[in-house]
Design a protein around this ligand. Structure first.
Ligand code: HEM
Length: 480
């Protein structure tokens, strides 16, 4: 083929793709025109290029230090709710707190979770993050009340204190401490204990190794062939599943009865009084619940250390508050309990402000199961919605100086429950681990500031595919 024929063929192919795309878009518009509800317009915006839509622009913005730039550009032109086309689907993006609240409060009659294919394959069909209806509500209720129980909070406090102490005892002042690695190590062990009662040792090391392989595939290309990222992650999940199923089997063999006090999430799910949940379902969910142990909670801790290092006034107030508690407990000869940690009001404000600025979970994705109308915008059935929390959390109409770490803004407590603040989602899927996340972060910060002063090295926050610190947050510590 000469150059001219190649160009001609490419031009014909391009025209054919554009033609097909127009036909699909026009036919979806025609079917909407027939629907009286959808006389309302789909929000303004651009669907971008055929097939790829605006995904490349979304991702390149997500990798930058200001991922919300993609949203800000469009908000400026179209308003807080606009249409786009990302990750292979036409999508309505909400950066509006009220619209986001409606999405979060809706059930499966209106929206169901919708995530990229690699993520759904790895999570498994029965993961709580993907299922709907009564089963999701039941599992949510079961694990939610277990995570809220004083007994588990006491156990988490004991474990967290023990692992933090063990880890900090080894810290020396002649080399930097990588806060992100330390926090991952500790939070993973604490959560795995709460999920499957596994103590540190060979089993834990094996699980950690497999888990790190598993998590790498969550945002990979959806190609499952030997050697591919997704394939390797699925293999790691199989190995973890086997380990968890052995634990389930030994509990079943011991003949656990309903009245037994649950020691871990496996017990809670095995004891479901409504129906016998399958081993696959229990294993899938337990493994998915390890994600916050390796990712969200350690990142929350690491970001708090980063923001505090950059804000000496906040660090000083936090240190004073924690020192005061430590001294008063020492006088009484008492250990700190979970209530003590959660009652440290400035420490809680620091964690809240870290959640607002850090946006560890940038938002949630759903798919409309029917034509929906929200606040004058229509979302056609089958379209995705992205409720993008980050834009709400960094909107200057919601927060003064939104890019400034300013924990004192949370002294007005009612703001924590407003729809402008949703780091843990909301509605039926509100994160059941939110108290635990705060508790773990409070314990880590307490032991850090009461035992050490430090100098942080420069580091930057990476926002995609998950939030983390580029250099794992190195600090040089000095024992107090
Ligand atoms: C900083 C830490 C954390 C953040 C930012 C976070 C954030 C979130 C968000 C935004 C959701 C809602 C997802 C949706 O609506 O689709 C969620 C759900 C969930 N989180 Fe967390 N989370 C954290 C820690 C934890 C911990 C420690 C656990 C304990 C295992 C946990 C367990 C769950 C579970 C099981 C769900 C699914 C709830 C459902 O769909 O019914 N999370 N989390």
């Amino acid at each position: 083929m000469d150059n001219a024929s190649i160009l001609l063929t490419a031009a014909i192919l391009f025209c054919a793709i554009v033609f097909c795309y127009k036909v699909i878009v026009m036919s979806s518009r025609r079917s909407r025109d027939k629907n009286p509800l959808l006389q309302l317009e789909v929000p303004p915006g651009s669907l971008g290029w055929p097939f790829i839509g605006e995904t490349i622009e979304f991702i390149s913005s997500a990798y930058s230090d200001r991922p919300e730039t993609f949203m800000n550009k469009r908000r400026h032109i179209y308003g807080k709710v606009f249409k786009s086309h990302i990750f292979g689907s036409p999508t309505v993006v909400s950066t509006d707190a009220e619209v986001t609240k409606f999405i979060l409060q809706s059930d499966a009659k209106t929206f169901v979770p919708s995530y990229p294919k690699s993520l759904t394959e790895l999570m498994g069909k029965t993961s709580i993050l993907l299922i709907n209806g009564s089963l999701q509500r039941r599992i949510h209720g079961l694990v939610g009340s277990f995570f809220k129980s004083p007994q588990l909070k006491a156990q988490i406090t004991r474990d967290m204190q023990k692992y933090v102490q063990q880890s900090m005892e080894c810290w020396r002042d002649d080399h930097p401490i990588l806060i992100q690695d330390e926090a991952k190590n500790i939070a993973f062990q604490v959560l795995v204990k709460a999920l499957i009662s596994l103590d540190p040792g060979k089993g834990m090391e094996f699980l950690k190794k497999q888990f790190q392989e598993f998590i790498l595939g969550l945002m990979s290309l959806p190609i499952n062939v030997p050697g591919s990222r997704l394939h390797r992650s699925l293999q790691a999940k199989k190995r973890m599943s086997k380990l968890v199923k052995n634990i389930i089997k030994s509990k079943r063999d011991k003949g656990l009865i309903i009245s037994t006090v649950a020691q871990d999430v496996v017990d809670v799910l095995l004891n479901d009084p409504h129906e016998q949940l399958t081993d696959d379902l229990i294993a899938d969910n337990v493994i998915d619940m390890m994600i916050p142990g390796e990712d969200s909670v350690p990142v929350l801790i690491t970001l708090a250390v980063k923001y505090l290092s950059d804000c000496p006034a906040a660090l000083q107030q936090l240190t004073e508050e924690n020192m005061k508690l430590k001294r008063s407990k020492a006088k009484l000869g008492e250990q700190l309990n979970w209530n003590d940690y959660l009652s440290l009001s400035f420490t809680q404000d620091v964690i809240t402000e870290t959640l607002r600025m850090g946006n560890i979970i940038i938002g949630v994705m759903r798919k409309a199961t029917r034509d929906v109308e929200i606040k004058g915008h229509s979302i056609p059935k089958g379209w995705c919605v992205l409720a993008y929390f980050r834009s709400v959390h960094l909107d200057e109409t919601n927060y003064e100086w939104p890019y400034q770490f300013y924990p004192w803004r949370w002294q007005h407590k009612e703001m924590v429950t407003s729809s402008n603040f949703t780091p843990f989602g909301g509605g039926q899927r509100l994160c059941p681990g939110l108290d635990l996340a705060r508790l773990e972060a409070s314990i880590f910060l307490h032991h850090l500031v009461t035992q050490f002063s430090w100098k942080a090295e420069d580091d930057t926050v990476v926002n995609f595919p998950t939030v983390r610190l580029k250099r794992r947050m190195p600090i040089w510590v000095e024992r107090r």
